[in-house]
Write a protein that binds this ligand. Structure first.
Ligand SMILES: O=C(O)C(=O)C[C@H](O)C(=O)CO
Ligand SMILES: [Zn+2]
Length: 280
């Protein structure tokens, strides 16, 4: 089976305070999301979100179940949101072929039996990033184009945080049980995402950084607002953000990232913002 999985446990913020660099990276950074012809996934016990990457090269890659799920099919009790971060390609959902251009998203509801990720027809590099959460209702499979996303412009060049937030899988656009996903693009010259920072105790979140130019990195900040730590993140790596943690980063250049959330509600604006001078 071309699927590699690992589990990350939920961490108490009092323990988090004592972690050194290696422990922070072991528990919160996902470094290896793409391997030829396989699915690489991390099952986190924060809201049981699965964070994964698929890189089909020589043929289709099937989204198989794995022992942790104890279900016949991956989506027997789950929903999934997939974003194409590469060349135009296709995904087959129970026999129906769906074409996805770069940055287009696909929501697949609970109960689908077979999902196949196909390499691009012209042999171009093909990569899909996905988040999956437990689901208790079946909502229809739906492709979402970037033009359909709820889009907001935030920040400014003066504060180095001018960015476009595209809420792609959000309840004003598509029905989901608990998943929300979107794409935030930093403008040239802007480096700070999610500043002012926030927490949302009702939801955990994952950030996947990409389109980071070669030799550039993002310094990601996490932790309770008065007890923050940082991790250096490279292109196409992801961070698990517990509900009690801020999630904000500054790059050595601009970049793009996909955010995904699961938890208690579907209210994107349910955030506890932290005034920047209060961060420690
Ligand atoms: O740059 C931002 O601000 C974001 O993209 C924020 C995320 O969407 C988020 O943290 C949602 O809770
Ligand atoms: Zn957030």
């Amino acid at each position: 089976m071309a699927l590699h999985h690992s589990t990350r446990h939920a961490i108490h913020p009092a323990d988090f305070k004592g972690y050194d660099t290696a422990q922070l990276r072991e528990h919160f950074l996902i470094e290896d999301l793409f391997q030829k012809d396989s699915i690489q996934l991390t099952y986190t016990l924060f809201d049981r979100l699965i964070i994964g990457g698929v890189q089909p090269v020589t043929g289709p890659v099937r989204l198989d179940s794995f022992p942790t799920l104890r279900s016949e099919n991956f989506l027997d009790r789950r929903e999934i949101g997939i974003i194409n971060i590469s060349a135009d390609s296709t995904i087959t959902v129970d026999g129906e072929e769906i074409a996805l251009k770069n940055k287009e998203a696909l929501y697949i509801g609970k109960g689908v039996r077979e999902v196949l990720f196909h390499p691009a027809a012209n042999g171009a590099d093909t990569r899909f990033y996905f988040n999956s959460a437990p689901a208790h209702h079946t909502y229809p499979t739906r492709k979402v184009q970037l033009s359909e996303a709820e889009t907001v412009e935030l920040g400014s060049l003066e504060t180095s945080n001018a960015r476009t937030i595209r809420k792609v899988l959000i309840n004003s656009v598509v029905e989901t049980c608990q998943l929300q996903m979107g794409i935030t693009e930093l403008k040239t010259g802007s480096v700070w995402n999610t500043m002012p920072a926030h927490t949302h105790d009702r939801r955990m979140e994952a950030y996947f950084y990409f389109e980071l130019p070669q030799d550039q990195s993002v310094c990601h900040f996490m932790g309770e607002p008065q007890e923050t730590r940082h991790l250096w993140v490279q292109n196409q790596q992801a961070i698990i953000s517990p509900p009690w943690s801020i999630h904000s980063g500054a790059g050595t250049s601009n970049y793009t990232f996909i955010w995904g959330m699961a938890g208690e509600n579907l209210d994107y604006n349910d955030m506890d913002k932290v005034a920047t001078p209060d961060l420690k």
